[in-house]
Design a protein around this ligand. Sequence first.
Ligand code: PLP
Length: 411
Amino acid sequence: HDTIARTDPELWATIEAENQRQQDHIELIASENYVSHAVMEAQGSQLTNKYAEGYPGKRYYGGCEHVDEAERLAIERVKRLFGAEAANVQPNSGSQANQAVLMAFAKPGDTVLGMSLAEGGHLTHGMALNMSGKWFNAVSYGLNDKEEIDYDALERAAHEHKPRILIAGASAYSLRIDFERFAKIARDVGAIFWVDMAHYAGLIAAGLYPNPVPHADVVTSTTHKTLRGPRGGIILMKSEHERALNSAIFPGIQGGPLMHVIAAKAVAFREALEPGFKAYQQQVLTNAQAMARVLAERGLRIVSGRTESHVFLIDLRAKKITGRDAEDALGRANITVNKNAIPNDPERPMVTSGLRIGSPAMTTRGFGETEAGEVAHLIADVLEAPNDETVAARVRDKVATLCTKHPVYGA
Ligand code: PLP
């Protein structure tokens, strides 16, 4: 039959090469993970053929009876997973879920208050070049001198600017966020309270990180990070906002939903409801903390001093290496990370003085606390001698041993 390998060997070669890269490299990008075969099977299914504009039971196309059922399963499961009153599983990505919130609750020119990108926020929360920053009057809050969210300053900013929307959530912040305190501030100034839990969703589903759903008007997320589902987005909301948010997704900013991806989301939510998922997330947390501890012992400063999640930032300045050079040196040793600005970073965004490290992917392939500690030592070895090819070769060897012992998709 028509396998890609037979019909399109040129493209197949890139898929095989990427598959091999995922097997052979230690993946420490905090926003990545490896999905199950079942999730990939759903995403590669015939549901990709179906148009289904609208929502289950109210479509603009015929023949939707089966995809309706798939979408209903995804909605019911994700509501149960997070204790939400209502859910929309159609956003094609985290960014589109976030655009829908802005569309539903604000008009161009309205003020939104979110975490500064430079201190850990996401670009869809008001960065100048993003739609959220171009079309809205975006103001931001950040960290205090302990590198924790400065709730007092945030409260003052909320009273001063009276935002239409208050945004909580981050892409590079290792600590727990006090969603109750945010909710109170939003109530006091009459703002809609929106949480983007993309990074923490898996930990939240497992009860290992505070759940924003009881406190927020609306919660958005990606499904592909700690949650370990297909690449996509979701919106959880209070029932009173369901009409506004559903219509912001369709017909507001999207057309036909990706029904194969929605089916894959349903599979991932079912996996997340199983008891093994909690054990996985506990290991994600343990592994992140083990890596942070070893790196600190090796003389690297951890931003905020610790991690209470799957992610943390390393301040590289003590080792006199930039984030860009550290990312390159680790890459040559088959360890994949991303450079990341640290608070008050003196370097440009394409250079930076930091690295972001995350444990979700390596934990999925079976790395425990011992392996996490070993990986942290390998990182420190490379950072101490970034241009030493002998060190890189020795680290590559150790990486190969660890990766062979823990195959991503079976031997
Ligand atoms: N929100 C947060 C907090 C994120 O970290 C990200 C991804 O990096 C997104 C939203 C955007 O998700 P996507 O890349 O699916 O558009």
